[in-house]
Design a protein around this ligand. Structure first.
Ligand code: LFR
Length: 485
């Protein structure tokens, strides 16, 4: 019997990759076959994603797979959420999609929620208020473009459409639009009406783990690709990351640590009560009928920008190393402050923040990196307390996955400040979750529970335990500070 070969296309805001996976001796073997840069650039009045480049890179990666001797594979695509492509009647893209960090949605939550209350929208959708949710992006969308729009496709769905000619709307990602009704499991007509779109403009909703179709013969021939069956996985990267979490510990939470830090837990029933609303927790849909009850934290985005502004003179590992030589908690920073969402210059923004709040201004690369890591750890610790409160039980373990799980300093600070055991890894959880859903779809593994056991047995996972120190004091100071800032 031929070993099945699975390919994950995983594209984040700053980079994308094609990972190849096989099941061998009850272990998941994972290999990166292609890696490329991603990012938005300013054109025609907005920050935009370069979709043609993404398509091109997927084709290059697939060609490499064929050249490595694989003639037949299955493939799943995941990307970041909320952004969409407008497609006309002929199936053509109207424009390169606007990136969610574009300034166009600033203030739009306020405008829209003066017509429909926040409480109403939250009860209906259970989704956190972020000004870049699709709901607000469509609210400010160019009306002429919308008039020419036949279909609205989320980014990974659009990429799948380009490959196969088949269009769907996958639910994990669709939930981040803040336009799905929790009760009905469908787009909510009342919300759609407010932003001038109709549910018929979205391709039909499908669950994660459905077969989309074969990649077009014309593409296979033109680019010399393997015969590829595309499976609609949990197309929202964070949903794939949650599937790709080993789930170690009793009452465990996850932290998907990439451009964003997504911290939360998996629920079988959404939690959209008063406390969840007040704390702006989200109930994004997960694979197989679960809910991702979580909070967005600004995450490594801040460090990514700092690294870039230092002309990439230091790698992430070197920045962490330099940070480790500094004393933590020299300044308290609300990393979720909107000013860090897309500033002209991140270093200057951080320094200005410290000056305005009369704190020590970080100067060197090490000081800057430590300021960010220490405050991310504080933010995580605080959110775990909030989670305990809302859920009314104590989370005892945090599974950290994604690129950020490689940062030992951050893992240790997080364990100590949160007073929970931390398991760090795998760093490629998103691609792994993408592959697990493909494997379940093809009957290679039975369910996510067994998938997580497979992950825990296949990849190195490091444990960090809380260390006794003055951290509870620091956390208290931080919580007071955050309440004021
Ligand atoms: C992470 C992520 C988050 C989402 C943000 C914007 O990559 O998908 O889950 O809130 O990007 O799409």
């Amino acid at each position: 019997l031929m070993t099945k070969v699975f390919v994950a296309v995983d594209i984040g805001a700053s980079s994308g990759r094609l990972m190849l996976a096989k099941l061998e001796n009850n272990q998941l073997q994972l290999q990166e076959v292609h890696r490329f840069k991603n990012g938005f650039t300013y054109s025609q009045g907005h920050d935009r994603w370069n979709i043609d480049n993404l398509i091109n890179e997927i084709l290059i990666g697939l060609k490499k797979i064929k050249q490595a001797g694989y003639d037949q594979v299955t493939l799943g695509i995941d990307t970041w959420a909320v952004d969409y492509v407008l497609v006309d009647k002929k199936g053509n893209r109207l424009q390169d999609p606007v990136a969610y960090r574009d300034a166009r949605t600033q203030g739009s939550i306020k405008k829209l929620t003066s017509q429909l209350s926040k409480e109403y929208i939250y009860k209906k959708t259970g989704i956190q208020f972020l000004d870049f949710n699709t709901l607000y992006q469509l609210y400010v969308e160019d009306k002429n473009l919308l008039a020419r729009t036949d279909k609205i496709m989320m980014i990974p769905d659009y990429l799948g459409y380009i490959l196969t000619g088949k269009a769907v709307t996958e639910v994990t990602n669709a939930s981040t639009t803040q336009m799905l009704s929790l009760r009905e499991g469908l787009f909510d007509d009342h919300l759609l009406e407010k932003v001038n779109v109709k549910s018929s403009q979205f391709p039909k909703l499908v669950e994660a783990g459905t077969i989309l179709g074969q990649i077009k013969g014309s593409l296979v021939e033109q680019y010399n690709l393997p015969a590829t069956e595309v499976i609609t996985v949990a197309t929202h990267d964070t949903a794939s990351a949650v599937v790709g979490t080993p789930g170690l510990g009793q009452r465990w939470a996850y932290l998907s640590s990439g451009t964003w830090s997504l911290i939360g837990t998996e629920l079988n029933v959404p939690e959209n009560g008063k406390q969840a609303f007040e704390q702006n927790y989200t109930n994004e849909w997960g694979a197989y009928g679960t809910y991702r009850f979580l909070k967005n934290i600004m995450g490594l985005w801040i460090i990514q920008n700092i690294k870039h502004e230092l002309d990439d003179r230091y790698s992430f590992a070197e920045l962490a190393e330099l940070a480790g030589q500094e004393v933590p908690f020299q300044q308290l920073i609300n990393v979720n402050d909107e000013r860090f969402q897309n500033p002209k210059n991140m270093i200057k923004e951080l320094q200005a923040y410290c000056r305005e709040t009369r704190q020590k201004v970080p100067q060197t690369p090490g000081e800057l990196a430590m300021a960010v890591y220490a405050n991310l750890a504080l933010y995580y610790a605080n959110e775990l307390e909030v989670l305990d409160h809302i859920l009314n039980y104590r989370i005892d373990t945090l599974n950290i996955v994604g690129g950020g799980s490689n940062v030992t300093l951050l893992n240790q600070l997080t364990a100590t400040l949160s007073d929970v055991d931390v398991y760090a890894g795998p760093s490629k959880a998103t691609a792994i979750g993408n592959i697990i859903v493909q494997m379940i779809t093809k009957g290679e593994i039975l369910n996510v529970y067994l998938g997580r056991q497979l992950i825990a047995n296949s990849f190195p996972i490091k444990k960090f335990v809380p260390q006794k120190d003055q951290s509870t004091q620091v956390l208290k100071h931080y919580q007071r500070f955050i309440a004021e800032h």
